[in-house]
Design a protein. Structure first.
Lengths: 544, 146
């Protein structure tokens, strides 16, 4: 994985000192809260319902063992003993004191980490495919391009006061595991007919109150023009994105109002101009970065199967591991969704264990997924049983990847100052319901996503089943959506009808799954059956 | 406290800056003031006669002026580029990077804070036309120099 050189380290250290100075001026009253707010936001510090929340960037979701250990230490030292992994492959701490935040950032900098631009109206942390470098279906590892974009977007002086936040995802497979088309810019690395690598740009996707799927504005940007093209996309947005209404300020609205063709024309014009400005790093820089992402020294000639004698292990093996590109290895996913637990939360002890497992079994690397789980990307199949035993002992052995129990949920009204309703208790009740009825395994792949408000941090639009918490005359109410997907067949869920209270939404979800079990054809997932039979059959069962 | 922070040797322009509308009516003015909604590219035919362009930031959160500044510098404008309005000390180094070389903040900042802000970043990640060599260039200089 990428390692800082003295330049990268100096930038992060400078940022810590800058924020220490800004915090001091705030505490001395020289900065008003209004003036301080954008500064702290660009360092990932939010003021929430009960305390400050700090969001730490995990570039493209990749962590070393030492970094995971450091995140655990921070959870113990500055928080209440746990951290929350987020849908943007980051980690959040919910109980931070302002006066301690500079020290926390300094602790992060010691392990080449930061909280730069994890909030605010700027380019956010770049996300990517959590299986990059390990999965067989990628045409190239997307992370060197993500790292190049990380450096370009860090403190980019022109783009620190954008109309609104800006999220970029980079993938390099036909299979989209990063919800790429639901980002402000989604980049898919591709190979053209001549065999050259380039980037397809999808611009103007997003969730929130106006969900949109990004259209492709260019099928092939040569790899030595990637930064220049990105800068053109951003400049047009910075100049013409709406600033009169924060709910219409994301780039998706600009692309929608101008139309794809006109937005593309303006980008191409700016791109032609910027090509004359010499802003693109040389290919040698991309090659330098790529050397950090070379394959680890895989062993060859390993046995390509795991002993399945323990039924609990066999279940986990089938559910939570994926084929690796290297024979004898597997990708193992640690579920942070124990039945009845808080999706994405991990304790200090659990984080230390995951760090140890990454160091011992996975070439010192782990990943955070946008579904709020942790990946050990390069594990020998022969080690899987030992790993599973240690996970089981630590409450991390849930065999429920991509099932109805593997729920994405935002922090909701338990923490978030924007939320209208709680998300966590709904997630807990749903996972308990399906664990109790024993239907989880039978339902197979079923992506359920919960947001506690219309901002959609819990990706409810993209859930096969989505739940949106709203405030209805002062009480929490939950709307049900069906048919969303974040993958290659990206689609947006539709609201079934009137909302439910907390127990009612759990019943409604179960009724929807009963329709699937009754109507499914051989090989169909919930989403496939829904798409074939349509929403009416589900409505009838839910409201009838 | 600093009311006009200037990084130029030449004499400041004495004439008041006119609006873009007024400028198009009486195009002998040497100073013009851009508002966030104005298109900096409308000025490109007149860069030779302009000695001062003021770019107004009615609110520090409106970043259109950063793009306006870079567009003027990219087109070769070498007159004074002044940030005016709600200009905060924490924005100084970024504004310098975009080509601003003078600052007339609504609320003056202390010279010490300005100095600290301007000397904050040892290096930069991007090429923005301000003459600073980005980190990616330094890395490969170092490599080719052995």
């Amino acid at each position: 994985m990428y390692r800082y050189d003295h330049y990268d380290q100096a930038m992060v250290d400078s940022r810590v000192e800058e924020f220490r100075d800004q915090t001091r001026r705030r505490l001395e009253g020289k900065l008003s809260e209004d003036q301080f707010k954008p500064l702290r936001l660009q360092n990932g510090l939010y003021l929430q319902l009960h305390a400050y929340m700090l969001r730490v960037a995990i570039p493209y979701g990749t962590l070393s063992g030492a970094q995971m250990h450091a995140l655990a230490d921070i959870a113990g030292k500055y928080d209440r003993g746990y951290g929350h992994f987020t849908t943007r492959q980051n980690i959040q701490y919910n109980w931070i004191k302002l006066e301690e935040a500079p020290d926390l950032l300094a602790d992060l900098a010691r392990v080449e980490m930061h909280a730069i631009q994890t909030s605010g109206n700027c380019i956010r942390n770049i996300s990517s495919d959590q299986y990059a470098g390990a999965i067989a279906d990628e045409i190239i590892d997307p992370r060197p391009y993500a790292e190049l974009l990380r450096q370009w977007s860090s403190f980019h002086p022109e783009f620190l006061a954008l109309p609104r936040k800006f999220k970029i995802a980079v993938i390099a497979s036909q299979t989209d595991r990063a919800a790429m088309k639901l980002h402000d810019i989604g980049i898919r690395m591709v190979r053209n007919d001549a065999g050259e690598i380039g980037a397809a740009f999808y611009v103007g996707g997003g969730m929130g109150r106006t969900p949109m799927i990004a259209p492709c504005i260019r099928e092939f940007v040569p790899v030595d023009q990637l930064i220049t093209y990105s800068e053109a996309c951003l400049r047009v947005y910075n100049r013409y994105g709406r600033r009169d209404n924060k709910y219409k300020a994301r780039i998706k609205i600009l692309v929608h109002e101008l139309g794809r063709e006109e937005y593309t024309r303006q980008v191409e014009e700016e791109f032609a101009h910027l090509l004359t400005q010499g802003i693109e790093p040389p290919l040698a820089e991309l090659e330098r970065i790529a050397t950090f992402f070379a394959d680890p020294p895989f062993e060859t000639g390993l046995a390509d199967d795991a002993v399945r004698s323990d039924p609990g292990f066999a279940l986990w093996l089938d559910r939570n591991t994926l084929p690796h590109k290297q024979p004898g290895y597997a990708i193992a996913v640690i579920s942070l969704k124990p039945v009845g637990g808080i999706p994405g939360d991990a304790s200090v002890e659990q984080m230390h264990l995951m760090a140890d497992l990454a160091m011992r079994y996975s070439f010192d690397e782990c990943r955070v997924t946008h579904a709020q789980n942790i990946v050990l990307p390069h594990v020998r199949k022969a080690d899987l049983f030992a790993i599973w035993q240690q996970l089981e002992a630590a409450g991390l052995g849930a065999a429920n990847l991509d099932t109805v129990e593997d729920i994405i949920a935002c922090p909701g009204l338990d923490y978030c100052s924007l939320a209208n309703a709680r998300s966590i208790p709904v997630a807990q009740k749903i996972s308990r319901r399906f664990a109790d009825t024993g239907k989880t395994a039978e339902l197979g792949e079923l992506k359920l996503k919960i947001s506690g408000c219309i901002n959609a941090c819990g990706h409810h639009h993209a859930g096969h089943i989505g739940i949106l918490g709203v405030d209805r005359k002062g009480t929490e109410n939950y709307q049900l959506l069906l048919g969303g997907s974040e993958g290659d067949d990206t689609s947006l869920g539709k609201i079934t009808g009137p909302g439910f209270d907390e127990d009612g939404i759990v019943d409604a979800v179960e009724r929807a799954t009963d329709v699937y079990l009754a109507r499914r054809r051989e090989g169909e997932r919930f989403l496939d059956t829904y798409r074939r039979v349509g929403i009416d059959a589900f409505k009838e069962a839910i409201y009838g | 406290m600093v009311e006009l922070l200037r990084f130029r040797e030449d004499e400041p322009v004495a004439d008041p800056a006119v609006t873009v509308d007024a400028f198009s009516d009486q195009s002998n003015a040497s100073a013009v003031r851009l508002e966030p909604g104005d298109d900096a590219r409308d000025l490109l035919p007149f860069l030779d006669q302009l000695r001062l362009v003021e770019i107004n930031f009615p609110s520090f959160g409106d970043g259109r002026g950063y793009s306006a500044a870079r567009i003027l510098r990219e087109a070769g404008f070498d007159g004074e580029l002044r940030a005016v309005g709600d200009v905060l000390v924490d924005q100084l180094s970024h504004m310098r990077r975009c080509g601003f070389d003078s600052f007339a903040p609504e609320k003056p900042f202390s010279p010490a804070d300005a100095q600290a802000a301007l000397s904050r970043w040892p290096q930069v990640y991007q090429a923005t036309g301000d003459g600073r060599r980005p980190i990616w260039a330094l890395r490969h200089d170092a490599q080719s120099n052995g």
